[in-house]
Design a protein around this ligand. Sequence first.
Ligand code: ZN
Length: 476
Amino acid sequence: MKCAVKQLLKLNPADEAHIEAQMKKCNKLYNLLVEKANALREDYIKTQNPKIVKMLYTKYGLRNLVPSIKAEHPFLKSVHSSPLKNAALQLTESIQAYQESRKGKRKGKPVGWPGFRSHKVKPMSLLYDEPTKGFKLEGKSLTISLGKSAEGKYLYVTGEIEQSVDEIADAAILNLRIKKEHDRFYAIFSVERSYRQTPESTPEPKRIIALDPGHKILAYGVDNTGLATQIDNFPGARYFEQQLDNIKSKRDRCKRKSRPVEVDGKVIYYKPSRRYAHLDNCYKKLLQKKRDSTKQMLQTLANYLSKHYDVIAIGDYTPHGGGINRGMRRSMNNLSLIGRLKTAVEWTASRSGRKYKEWDEHGSTKTCSHCDHKLTQGLTPNIRWWTCPSCHTHHHRDENAARNGLKQTLLKELPCSGQIPQLTLRHRIKFTGRGLKILEIAACQSAKAKVLTRSEARRRHSQRKGLNSVPYGAII
Ligand SMILES: [Zn+2]
């Protein structure tokens, strides 16, 4: 199967500047083509000339304009032809997306006619779409071709990637994309990998888990062997959110956001103030760090699930607005990783021969998983435990929903398996930053789990660490 291998690309500062210049040139070409496309579109509206349709709306129409633009703007010759060509193809794709969206053939939000791009906001990536053209990988060293200089000499830069692709992938490289994210450069290789698929008729019984996504916790799962799993949310979410807010508010409170740079008494451009630039840099770095660590957590979780289960079913709920106050709405929309978890699980499952499914969550919380009695009114979010009025079973809110999900999944996957088993063990999965930590939950058995006060927690912590909790000056 096809997959991407993303690696940090280490370059010396001069080469970084070269690569960035290439991105800027591609961006310039893109904008020139947008200008041209706009003119062609207006022309077509007036004249209905079929030749324009061929140029504007076919796959290679805009790409074929590149040589003439290159002749007009010779600086484009210092970019390798693959990334240039792909800048044109990218615009064609955007135009086609707009057309499909207008005709109602495209899912999701409506897409507008493509506009101009800004390098600062979204740098173009350099795509070398043929494995033998424009780049060469030898071990960890990657040589990238930059086209010709004004004197007709071929230019190259050489950088180093973290890990040789031969070590991780077992098949050929399909293409290479050089991307800039914040202040780092990445080499993204598309490779074809062969994965070991599990045989279709496994002698062991199928292991199935149904997960119910939540807000406070990431998900609660119940499997067909009687094990319940509580998956905790990303532990650093609050820390990152607070730090990001702090830096952002400091940045936006900068009195002098930018100062005009004048040449001969004329304002040429605005340069951000040093403090603003520094804070902005910090903000972006932290954002990157958050993105990296959440991604690591989701990948680890997805691998864990794919390793232990044959079928992984996740509730089809997606967070949308709602919530009682601003903070809650924010945490519901921003911090929810469930959508990303689904994508990660879907991918790892297909890679390792497992099945990923979604189950219909409608009414799953208020239906008793024991006797199928349905409450007339839904349960408010603060009710964690409830008792079924019909069969008097005491339910944990999320566990009951997950059991309903498991019921649904079992009916489809193993129709003859009968009842879902009684729960025998509950455990809790926590991400520590390095891996997953699995803890047992015993307190779940009782309706009132003990909640430690802050001072009590601190006291226990210091006791564990062997610190002296006796106040200074006390006589023992
Ligand atoms: Zn019941």
